[in-house]
Design a protein around this ligand. Structure first.
Ligand SMILES: Nc1ncnc2c1ncn2[C@@H]1O[C@H](COP(=O)(O)OP(=O)(O)O)[C@@H](O)[C@H]1O
Ligand SMILES: [Mg+2]
Length: 362
């Protein structure tokens, strides 16, 4: 058993997001053999939370098939990709995802809440910023309504707030610092000011992901966000009905105009699953609207999220359905959508690194 034989056994393993093998990606950094322990050090494009396990398992299987009785240890490191734009905004956060929708009530907060929980479930460090001034519902959906953020004065005299942690997710909500009646009488630019405060004066610490629950539509907050924050992209939530789908077209074109990547469209409340007949799917609002709108706009379609009673109950009782082991069907749908989002971010990270390399060598 030599390093070369091990390398030969694993270099053809494919990174399924990037469709390139470990050799093409120059992922295998070091192979060490000590006694009957084989240690493999690899580097993967970020974020690795979904892919690392898949590649680790493939490496283990390949090595064990040529070397019985060895112990295999795999060490995964994320490739660091420096941000090209606004590196000073939220510098301790690696990936920023905005959840947006054309109109309210389509389940944007439900998706944002479950997306964040699902990322945390995978071992990522996650923040969730509830920027929906008109209907901050994340505190309720996480069971922390009424919680008070602790704040501290920094040396420069600015206030720094500490997010509330729940289910491994750090939460900051406009609802923690301002009530709805107050928001109703404020004008756009003032609201955008509050939003900026939320971004700049929260002690997020190191995060793999920060998920933004945006207000619906294409107003001042969306514009502030797209101008100031180096988003990995936006996820757009719609329901199958035409009215919501046409609002979504408007959202997509707004994000495209300001050069924000669309990570994909999620169709929520696609079909109803009756609690007493889990194998049934009733397409109450018609079928395929979300997928069509994604196709027409040339953006990924991330999937259909069913309408289920436990999703609504999870929201109302402050326990995101994706975390509930009793509701695996809905959980699996959300986990699969989350993994598609992460996969798109990885593809973009890979092409960004390639274009950075090209611009350096030019
Ligand atoms: N897939 C779903 N199944 C069941 N209820 C849902 C689903 N998605 C959202 N809801 C419920 O619909 C209502 C509106 O959802 P919400 O996430 O608050 O929408 P938005 O943030 O777009 O205004 C909430 O009561 C929520 O629990
Ligand atoms: Mg909402």
């Amino acid at each position: 058993m030599t390093e070369q034989t091990i390398k030969a056994a694993i270099e053809h393993i494919i990174d399924p997001d990037l469709n390139l093998n470990l050799q093409e990606l120059d992922s295998i950094k070091t192979i060490e053999i000590e006694g009957n322990t084989i240690s493999v050090y690899i580097e993967l494009f970020p974020p690795v939370h979904w892919i690392a396990k898949i590649i680790e398992d493939a490496i283990k299987d390949s090595i064990l098939s040529i070397s019985e009785g060895f112990e295999v240890k795999i060490f995964v490191r994320e490739i660091l990709i420096p941000r090209m734009t606004n590196p000073n905004v939220l510098p301790t956060v690696k990936h920023l995802i905005a959840v947006s929708s054309g109109k309210g009530g389509v389940g944007k907060s439900t998706i944002a809440a479950n997306l964040a929980a699902s990322l945390a479930q995978r071992g990522a460090s996650v923040g969730l910023l509830d920027a929906d001034i008109y209907g901050p519902s994340i505190p309720t959906m996480y069971g922390v309504a009424g919680a008070q953020m602790e704040a501290e004065k920094t040396e420069s005299g600015a206030l720094l707030g500490y997010p509330i942690e729940q289910y491994g997710v750090k939460i900051a909500s406009i609802g923690f610092i301002m009530d709805r009646d107050q928001a109703a009488i404020m004008r756009g630019p003032m609201l955008a000011g509050y939003f900026t405060t939320l971004m700049d004066q929260i002690a997020w610490g190191d995060l793999d992901f920060l998920v933004f629950d945006l207000p619906p539509g294409t107003g001042d907050i969306q514009l502030t966000l797209t101008q100031r924050v180096p988003l990995d992209g936006a996820v757009i939530v719609t329901t199958p009905q035409e009215i919501s789908v046409s609002d979504v077209r408007r959202s997509i074109s707004m994000f495209k105009k300001v050069n924000v990547t669309i990570l994909g469209v999620i169709e929520n409340m696609s079909y109803f699953i009756p609690p007493d007949a889990q194998e049934k799917q009733y397409y109450i609002f018609g079928k395929g609207g979300g997928e069509q709108v994604a196709k027409d706009s040339g953006v990924p379609f991330l999937g259909e999220v069913p309408l289920t009673i436990d999703t609504r109950v999870g929201g109302d009782t402050g326990f995101p359905v994706v975390l509930n082991p009793e509701h695996l069907t809905q959980g699996d749908v959300i986990r699969s959508i989350t993994s598609s989002i992460v996969s798109t971010i990885r593809k973009n990270a890979h092409s960004a690194r390639n274009s950075q390399t090209i611009s350096i060598t030019l």
